[in-house]
Design a protein around this ligand. Structure first.
Ligand code: URA
Length: 428
């Protein structure tokens, strides 16, 4: 039997890990027998060497079976979830889950925290006063039965290997790996008890996949894993060439999500919410046209309020946004020259929010829920020197560093760029 160090060396040298070795490694890691420093080295070896299809199947399977695999087959209606590969300002899960739930498809959703420069659904939800994402599996099942929707995180019970590895990758520069992303996402999703899954695979400067080719490969890899496990899986490739919506930061994004649920809010967030909802409803065997009605008639907002209440949160935020945490200060980030917003390095914009306290640099960093950015420009906008390009919401930390990130995150040029559409491709 090989030691963990020998397995790391095998992968580092481009070897193929056996199914048995993979199972031992992942179960040992989930139990705490394999320490973080060895798993970090393995993750880096995989980052450079990848996993072959013969390794990726057992790797995903071992992650999935590191904890409990939930069975929701006793509940009527289809159970369909969505997962995003991660972006900047990507708050879509918050309005999406209640829209789909209000249409009669159950949404059992296990989400992640912020990763690298991207935000995480759990951190956003936890900015709602009192909201708990840490439900027991039984409470999660009960809530999917009673309300149709539950929004929780990886737990010690469900996908513990991903819970640990996800946090470790965040701080060891090992996120941007197709096998590690696909096994992380698919293990969590397959543990939830779903019938079908929609993946939002982000492409562009704010995504882990910078090119359509890489994003397509990631999407195809995940669709293949899902189908192999008997779950209908569809991926949409969507643009992350600029932040989604105006708000970046946890409570700020909850605010924008509630605006969408009030049938207001930015066009791109609404369009993507509806596009993903329509695919989820199609897979849930329900009329996809119900999604827009659930926004217009208030039923999605009403359900969001009930989810918040069921998970211990203050549902009054739905009517009164001032109940959400807010930063003490708001200052403008000003255009230094006139011209067109010709490019965005969206990752740098995400990092600007992180250094204010909206994300983590270390696994034990505490999130500041109120801080973040409000974007005041979009790609292609014509702007004048002195005009605010963004508003910085802060609590006296990180403002200078955020400005430095924004300096390289937003480029003013002489001409407007070609801006791609929001939804680029459907796979599956
Ligand atoms: N989302 C996940 O759940 N895992 C990853 O590795 C990346 C994005």
């Amino acid at each position: 039997m090989k030691t963990t160090a020998e397995l790391i060396a095998d992968k580092r040298n481009g070897g193929v890990l056996s199914e048995e070795d993979i199972r031992r490694l992942i179960s040992g890691y989930a139990r705490g027998d394999v320490p973080d420093y060895q798993m970090a080295a393995m993750a880096m070896a995989i980052y450079f060497r990848g996993l072959s299809p013969e390794e990726l199947g057992p790797w995903t399977d071992a992650m999935l079976h590191s904890g409990r695999v939930i069975d929701l087959s006793h509940l009527p209606d289809r159970k369909v979830d969505k997962h995003s590969t991660g972006g900047v300002g990507d708050k879509i899960s918050l309005p999406l889950a209640p829209v789909v739930g209000a249409c009669g498809v159950r949404v059992p959703m296990i989400s992640g925290r912020g990763l690298g420069h991207t935000g995480g659904t759990l951190d956003k939800l936890e900015s709602i006063p009192g909201f708990s994402t840490d439900l027991s599996v039984q409470s999660y099942i009960d809530q999917v039965a009673s309300l149709g929707v539950a929004l929780i995180g990886q737990t010690a019970e469900v996908c513990p290997a991903d819970k640990r590895l996800y946090a470790l990758r965040d701080v060891t520069a090992t996120v941007e790996s197709i096998p590690l992303i696909s096994s992380s996402i698919m293990s969590k999703k397959l543990a939830e008890g779903i019938d079908a899954l929609v993946l939002d695979v982000k492409v562009g400067s704010g995504a882990f996949m910078k090119t359509v080719e890489d994003a397509r490969l990631l999407a195809e890899t995940m669709v293949a894993i899902g189908e192999r496990m008997g779950k209908k899986t569809v991926a949409l490739l969507t643009s992350m060439e600029q932040p989604l919506g105006r708000m970046i930061g946890n409570a700020l994004e909850v605010r924008e999500s509630i605006e969408i649920l009030r049938d207001e809010g930015p066009d791109d967030v609404r369009a993507l919410t509806l596009a993903l909802a329509e695919v989820m409803l199609e897979l849930g065997e329900v009329d996809p046209r119900g999604a827009a009605s659930a926004l217009a008639d208030g039923s999605a907002l009403e359900l969001f309020g009930r989810i918040i209440e069921a998970q211990g949160g203050d549902r009054r935020v739905c009517d009164d946004l001032s109940r959400l945490p807010s930063a003490k200060h708001r200052v403008p980030y000003i255009a230094k020259t006139s011209g067109y917003v010709s490019a965005m390095d969206t990752r740098r914009v995400g990092l600007a929010a992180c250094v204010l306290g909206a994300g983590r640099a270390r696994t034990d960093d505490v999130i500041d829920p109120g801080v973040g950015l409000e974007m005041a420009c979009r790609l292609g906008d014509q702007v004048e020197a002195g005009q605010p390009l963004a508003w910085i919401y802060h609590n006296d930390a990180g403002v200078d560093a955020a400005q430095v990130h924004l300096d390289s995150g937003i480029t003013i040029g002489e001409s407007a760029p070609d801006v791609s559409g929001l939804i680029l491709e459907r796979i599956g």
